[in-house]
Ligand binder design. Sequence first.
Ligand code: ADP
Ligand code: MG
Length: 728
Amino acid sequence: MATLRFQALKETLNRKPIPIEEKERRSELFGRNVFTESVMRQFLTKEAFQSVMEANATGKKIDRSIADHISTGMKEWAITKGVTHYTHWFQPLTGTTAEKHDAFFETIGDGLAIEKFGGGQLVQQEPDASSFPHGGIRNTFEARGYTAWDPTSPAFIYGTTLCIPSVFVSYTGDALDFKTPLLRALHAVDQAATDVAKYFDKNVNKVQATLGWEQEYFLIDSALAASRPDLQLAGRTLLGHSPAKGQQLDDHYFGSIPSRVLSYMRDLEKESMLLGIPVKTRHNEVAPNQFELAPIFEEANLAVDHNSLLMDIMHKVAERHNFVVLFHEKPFAGINGSGKHNNWSLSTDTGVNLLGPGSTPMKNLQFLTFFINTIKAVHDNEELLRATIASASNDFRLGANEAPPAIISTFIGSQLTEVLDELEKVTDGKLSPAEKTELKLNVVGKIPEILLDNTDRNRTSSFAFTGNKFEFRAVGSTANCAEPMTALNSIVAKQLRDFKKEVDSLIKGKKMKKDDAIFNVLREYIKDSKNIRFEGDGYSDEWEKEAAKRGLSNNRNTPEALKALIKKETVEMYKELGVMNDVEIKARYEIQLEEYIMRVQIESRILGDIARNHVIPTAIRYQNILIKNVRGLKDIFGDDFKMHSKEQLEITKEISVHIEKINSGITDMIEARKKANKLEEAEEKAFAYCNEVKPFFEVIRYHCDKLELLIDDEIWPLTKYRELLFTR
Ligand code: ADP
Ligand code: MG
């Protein structure tokens, strides 16, 4: 019976916002639980402090003897804050983050004990790695994995645990996590971008990639979520008819934040502040019960850590407020999905944003160099970028029925399009003084510091330039940003390396002036990369056709998309840059296929269960009510009963049709699953799940949703869309 649903509704309606006290200013809370530079000065010896700073700036290894001093300082600080345990905190290839807590507490014999945290424990740990995905990197007899401290991301305290951001590698040194390749990619882009930046300013010694993510999510009352097995187990609804009113009126987007939600957000922001996550923006999103949270951008590695940490904390804080956070890209059919825009740029140690237009022609030539190289990199590697955001859940947001096409393109706005069109006309070879003056004054010199049409952005572009950064919009809300960020920074690093080689060879070989050489190479890049630029409606069917003509990829599902991860060009690029080796690339490919298979398999089972054990029995129950009613009518009206029971009989028949379709659909789906499970190769199996199993979801759902409309609301067991989305 529908008792759980009604209990959940009652509970939800009785909830009150939890009061949040804010006695201190946010700026005072900020970073309080982080082992920041100023805390280090206080708790570390001078030598230890220097060593951490150096490791941070140059990647220099920290000496083991110094590690002992650092760990002691860290422990002292942590103990002043009531900490009892420590953990290496890392990001394995599935799930969000992992930790295993150990106490500082140690016995020293004679019934005595002390708090201890040695350098060895800080630098390296050996968690029980056997349960993390490794894609064949670890054999069973050598199942060891190590976590190692990443000193570029500061340690922090959560609850009573000291968390040490770490990488996770196998016994052979191969990466088993998201962070390791990211750090390598960031190093590669630093070197390549610094070399190119030196054309414009000799004082540049380091370039950092910056990332500002925007996290979208849904909040559903925990009682309501618990009343739906699909939300509970898959994080999305596998069935449910759309409500009479959805997001058409945009009233949620423009309305005020509901009070229970606001209380959650404030609590979450407080926690974020303590952990040094600089969250700044909060607002309602397009769909009912959908929201967004965005921080001030940070260095990319730190920003990635902060996003992973925040996603964890969002779940934890939600518990206190009786909410469940849904990060799934498409929790509700027919309603806006969730993404995680990745705003990305490059910034120098001299404080210049390399993707920000400047006030002089020289600064703008630098801007154009990085701008055009990025576009060229995206053009040459669009299929790889698409692959890095592929997942079973993001498939519903890209390339699916209600979703925009899975095409990567870049929008740059009319002003910059004009500039690139002008640059395309630059003479081949050395430039005349007149041409140079013209370029400097009227083309490059005219780029304004603030680009007007980028304030009114094209929201349909998957990789848009937004004034002083690129915004990778196709990233899914469940994603770990490290994956797209590893790819993006790698392809830009590779591109900038190639650019430098070409420019240098024109300078040396053809005796060109530096500016002439740069203009010449950029001109060719503009021509070569034109196909990736698209200013129109990226959601339209016309664009899909146009993109196909241009030869851009449009990989609609994960198994198709993932293939780009192991393409020859991808493997060569990652190897050349030292970001990933053959083994690591292959392992990731396997892990992602496996994850895809598991997700579809799990959803298929849940759907089968709900449809057979909840929907069909309810349908039969209602059918019996109708039949009883018809029998009663017959008793009363005799031969006239047909006239009076016409509609009841019609509904009874309809119900039978739906039951038949659902039940036979499930039988066939199980058959398809059995066949798929027999396949040995992960790739083949993933395609089987995608093409043979998944199509049943829609058929089964369609008929369940029709039943939802027919059956008495009193006995319908599954909390309805209207209730999930509008009850607070
Ligand atoms: P929106 O896209 O919602 O209109 P903004 O364009 O103001 O908002 O900023 C979106 C995000 O871009 C913010 O999280 C911000 O921190 C980030 N951002 C701004 N500048 C940069 C930059 N140079 N590098 C990376 N991210 C940036
Ligand atoms: Mg945005």
